[in-house]
Design a protein around this ligand. Structure first.
Ligand SMILES: Nc1nc2c(ncn2[C@@H]2O[C@H](COP(=O)(O)OP(=O)(O)OP(=O)(O)O)[C@@H](O)[C@H]2O)c(=O)[nH]1
Ligand SMILES: [Mg+2]
Length: 244
C-alpha cells in the first residue's frame, strides 16, 4: 500500500471544569471563530480538522466534553479510544486548576496513559489571575506534562497545543511501528494489543481505506471517518457534530 493511502486519525478529548473554554478552544481551532456567550455543553460534541505535521496528513477528531459534573457518567464513555487529551483550566477559576489531577485520573481510568497536555486558558485575563505562575508550573512538573498558556479569545497558542499533541502521537506511532517490525502480528493490520483499556498502545492505529478499526469493547464509541485522505487535498475547516 502506498503511503498516501494510509490515513492517520487522532481522537483527542478535551476535558476540564465547566466554563474553562473547552468548546471555545475547539471552535476556534476548527472553525476559526470565538463567541463571548457561554452555552454549556450538554454531553459531548465533536469537530474535526485536518493538519499536516512532519509531512503527514493527520485528521484530528476533537471531542468536546461537558465540564459540568452532572454529565460525568455520559462523558466518560467517550474518552475510550482517545489517543490524546487536553486537560484545561482557566486562569480565573481556582477550582478548575485544582480539578486537573482528578480530570487526568478520570481519563486514565478509561484509556490508560495517553499523550496529555495541561492548558491554562483565558490568559488575556491575567490581571485577574487566581493561580500563580509557579503553581501551574509545579503542577505540570509533578504530572510530567507540557504546559501551555492560551487565550482562545485572542487566539494565542491554540494551534500549538494541538500540533504538540499530534507530534507526540506521531512519535509514539513511529516507535510502535518499529517495535512491530521486530515482532509482527500475524493476521492483523492494526497496531494493537489485547488489553482493551489500560494499554495505551491499543489506541495507536493507522487505519486503511478511511475506516477506523478498533478492538475495544462494545461500549467504545468508534469513529468512522467517511472519506479517505487524498494527497494534495487539504480540508482545513471541516466539521461534523454528533451525539446527544
Ligand atoms: N476572556 C476569555 N474568555 C474566554 C476564553 N475562552 C473562552 N472564554 C469564555 O468562557 C466562557 C465559557 O466557554 P466555553 O468554551 O463554553 O466553556 P466550556 O469549558 O466548554 O464549558 P462546559 O461546556 O460547561 O464544560 C464563554 O463565555 C467563552 O466566551 C478566553 O480565552 N478568554
Ligand atoms: Mg463546552
Amino acid at each position: 500500500m502506498r503511503e498516501e493511502e494510509v490515513e492517520i486519525a487522532i481522537k483527542v478529548v478535551v476535558v476540564g471544569n465547566g466554563a474553562v473554554g473547552k468548546s471555545s478552544m475547539i471552535q476556534r481551532y476548527c472553525k476559526g471563530i470565538f463567541t463571548k456567550d457561554y452555552k454549556k455543553t450538554i454531553g459531548v460534541d465533536f469537530l474535526e480538522r485536518q493538519i499536516e505535521v512532519n509531512n503527514e496528513e493527520v485528521r484530528l477528531m476533537l471531542w468536546d466534553t461537558a465540564g459540568q459534573e452532572e454529565f460525568d457518567a455520559i462523558t466518560k464513555a467517550y474518552y475510550r479510544g482517545a489517543q490524546a487529551c487536553v486537560l484545561a483550566f482557566s486562569v480565573v477559576d481556582r477550582d478548575s486548576f485544582e480539578a486537573i489531577e482528578s480530570w487526568k485520573r478520570k481519563v486514565e481510568a478509561e484509556v490508560g496513559e495517553i499523550s496529555m497536555v495541561i492548558v491554562q486558558n483565558k490568559i488575556d485575563m491575567i490581571d485577574e489571575a487566581l493561580i500563580q505562575p509557579e503553581e501551574a508550573e509545579a503542577l505540570a512538573k509533578k504530572l510530567r506534562l507540557r504546559f501551555y498558556n492560551t487565550s482562545v479569545k485572542e487566539n494565542i497558542n491554540v494551534d500549538e497545543v494541538f500540533r504538540y499533541l499530534t507530534e507526540k502521537y506521531l512519535e509514539k506511532l513511529n516507535s510502535d511501528e518499529e517495535e512491530e517490525h521486530i515482532s509482527p502480528q500475524i493476521g492483523s493490520d492494526l497496531i494493537n494489543s489485547e488489553s482493551p483499556h489500560l494499554n495505551p498502545k491499543e489506541n495507536h492505529y493507522r487505519h486503511k481505506n478511511g475506516k477506523h478499526r478498533n478492538k475495544n469493547d462494545d461500549s467504545t464509541i468508534t469513529l468512522q471517518p467517511n472519506k479517505r485522505r487524498t494527497k494534495g487535498r487539504k480540508n482545513m475547516f471541516t466539521s461534523r457534530c454528533s451525539l446527544l
